[in-house]
Design a protein around this ligand. Structure first.
Ligand code: Z5A
Length: 207
């Protein structure tokens, strides 16, 4: 028996962490063992890579190096956490995964989808999420919600145009894979967002 692999995607501050907790509790109430994790990160090595990726430094990080670091962290994450958990029958809930690479490094940094796909195939060997929630909201909504936190990290310091490209790429990905993606209007009040999410989870629980 293999568990199910669920990912949450979307721009900054749209509510991924908030809804991750909601999904965890919903699935546990339905009797599932749930492993909650995130990218970049999720392992000791991955968290160190996350630190490299998110922190500001004097010399800039080249976009190819950024892309490769995302997949280095992902490779470790898959081997150490995700694949063993799924094989053991747990459901894995991940805050961002490869769709974020297409959106940020592809859409945001203009790296071709073909290059990203080569790394995806090499690292994932065909493994993809069973279900992806795309929490979609205008950039200003997410920024405003996230603004209460402290200093901005390296990604959060990007210009507005970067985030517009990221959002448009996510929307494009959702159209390309309608069976896997569930687009949720994250500007709505939280109870409505969670009612949409729970009806999709109910369908997944009986599959
Ligand atoms: N990145 C990449 O470039 N390539 C990759 O392959 C991967 C990642 C995997 C780290 O991501 C960065 O890595 C990310 C992309 C890049 N950079 N950016 N930007 P992250 O996931 O760690 O960071 P984040 O996107 O900035 O997440 P976040 O700011 O923590 O936001 P969130 O988890 O989506 O939001 P939240 O913390 O759940 O909610 C924010 C606030 O809004 C909070 O006070 C909530 O109570 C409130 N909230 C949530 N929902 C609602 C609703 N519906 N109404 C009202 N208020 C709400």
């Amino acid at each position: 028996m293999r568990g199910k692999f669920i990912t949450l995607e979307g721009g900054e501050g749209v509510g991924k962490s908030t809804n991750l907790l909601f999904i965890k509790e919903y699935l546990e109430a339905a009797g599932k063992a749930v492993v909650v994790t995130r990218e970049p990160g999720g392992t000791e090595v991955g968290e160190e890579i996350r630190n490299v990726l998110l922190s500001h430094r004097e010399s800039s990080l080249h976009e190819s190096a950024e892309l490769l670091l995302m997949f280095a962290a992902r490779s470790q994450h898959l081997q150490e956490i995700i694949i063993p958990a799924l094989k053991g029958g747990s459901w894995v809930l991940c805050d961002r995964f490869t769709d974020a690479t297409y959106a940020y490094q592809g859409g945001g940094r203009d790296i071709s989808f073909e290059k990203i796909k080569i790394l995806e195939d090499f690292v994932q060997q065909g493994l993809k999420p069973d279900c992806t929630f795309l929490l979609d909201a205008p950039i200003e909504v997410g920024m405003q919600r996230a603004s209460k936190r402290g200093d901005l990290d390296r990604f959060e310091s990007e210009e507005q145009q970067f985030f517009l490209r990221v959002r448009a790429t996510y929307q494009k990905l959702a159209k390309l894979e309608k069976g896997r993606f569930h687009l949720v209007n994250a500007s709505q009040e939280l109870s409505l967002v969670q009612s949409e999410i729970s009806s999709i989870l109910d369908q997944l629980l009986v599959k």
